[in-house]
Structure formats: C-alpha cells, structure tokens
Write a protein that binds this ligand. Structure first.
Ligand SMILES: [Zn+2]
Length: 243
C-alpha cells in the first residue's frame, strides 16, 4: 500500500534530514511546501536526491505583506518546479491593508502559474475561501488542492464544481466542522495531508509518517457513508493529481 502527504513543511520540522530519510524508507510520496522563496532552496536541496519528496515553491499569506518584495524572486523561480505552495489568503485577524496586499500577491502568483499551465498548487484559504476561489476561478489550467479547508459549505460546493481537490488532515477528521466538510467532498477529490509540524497526533508533532494513520482514519470515517471506499482509492486520487 502506498501513501502520500500533499502538504507538510520539511524546513520547519525538527531534524529535516532525518525525517527525509524516514520518508524515503517508508515510501511516502510527499509535497514539501515552503513559506517563502528564500526557503525554497533549502528544501529543494534536501529533496534533490530523494525519490519521494517534491519541493514546492511558496509564499505564505501570513508572510505576504512582510515579504511581498520576494514576489519577484518567486516569479523567477516558478519554472523550476511543478509544485507550488504554500500560497493563498488568510483573512483571520488581519488588517484590511495587509489583506489587500495578500490578494495582490496571490493574484500575481495565480496568473503566473496559469501562464505556465501544468502546476500543482496547495492553497491556504482560512476565512478567505470566497476570494481564493474567485481569483483561481473555474478554468485554471493546473491542479488545485485546497489544504485544510475550513470555511462554509457554499464555497466548498463551488470549489467542488470547479474541480478542485481537498487535502484532509488529522484535525479535520477529529472536529465537527472538519467532518461536515469531509461529508460533502466526493471521494475522488480527497487527498491526505499532515501539515506537519502544525498538527499534533496523540501529543506528538506530526510528520509525513502519520500519512498512513490519517488514511486509515479517513477511510474508516467515510465508510460510515459508503461501502466501497478503500485506501487504494485515496492513492489513486494522488496518482491522478500528478497526471
Ligand atoms: Zn501548511
């Protein structure tokens, strides 16, 4: 059985080199997101000789205002990788001017990715999913993964209609809001993420090694509703995402 983790932060995890080795040994396909272009080089270096780790170029929305000058670097690096993230919008506890700047940065990134055509994007949308979906739109030429979606069901339905994928983590399976969201997502759009080290499982900061546990829990949860959902279905979604 193969597992995947489409959203974790290798550079922020304790002992990245050791975790990278564990990922290889356990054969977990991973997308290692970064929070700014200056960090991308670090993660890319670790990933360069690894089979199971893909480095993603990112500019986290909560850093977008402070580091918007890195947008130029981002745009220069964009052709170096198929994987983009963490990018997006965050409208929780943000000054309106900060949020406006986030939108400007995010739109620039989305336009540049659309020009390139075949990117796989992992996107943050906390309290901002309407704007994220408005900016990405229905005809984006790459693949969109909404990571840790937590907004309302109306926007969720729109994202489903637009063909987006959704990466599900441990916290989502264990919260009522998360479960309400998981209930609505078609099984062929579900992916697994750990968002390590930003989630904890049994008191431990998570790493991609937890992908198997999350997969098992998600399958068990979804099977209350549907009989024919298997672990393999989740990995097939991941394979389809890459094509
Ligand atoms: Zn993240």
């Amino acid at each position: 059985m193969a597992y995947h983790d489409t959203h974790f932060h290798l550079d922020l995890i304790q002992s990245p080199e050791k975790v990278a080795e564990e990922i290889e040994n356990n054969r977990i396909y991973t997308i290692a997101v970064t929070n700014s272009p200056s960090v991308f080089f670090y993660t890319e270096k670790i990933a360069s000789n690894k089979k199971y780790i893909r480095a993603a170029l990112g500019l986290h929305p909560e850093l977008a205002a402070e580091r918007h000058k890195e947008v130029d670097m981002f745009l220069k690096l964009i052709s170096k990788t198929k994987y983009i993230g963490e990018i997006g919008l965050d409208n929780s506890n943000k000054a309106p001017s900060d949020y406006q700047l986030q939108k400007k940065v995010f739109s620039q990134i989305i336009n540049a990715c659309a020009d390139e055509g075949d990117k796989i994007l992992t996107i943050h949308s906390r309290k901002a999913s309407k704007d994220v979906i408005d900016i990405v739109g229905a005809k984006f030429p790459g693949k969109i993964i909404l990571h840790w979606f937590s907004d309302n069901l109306k926007e969720l339905e729109r994202a489903i209609d637009f063909g987006y994928y959704f990466s599900i983590n441990y916290n989502m399976i264990h919260s009522s809001n998360g479960r309400r969201i998981i209930d609505r997502i078609p099984i062929d759009r579900l992916l697994i993420e750990t968002d390590g080290p930003f989630t904890k499982i049994n008191g431990q900061l998570s790493t991609p090694i937890s992908a198997s546990l999350i997969t098992e829990e998600l399958v068990k949860y979804k099977n209350f509703r549907s009989e024919e959902f298997e672990k393999e279905n989740l990995h097939e979604n991941f394979i389809r995402l890459l094509k």
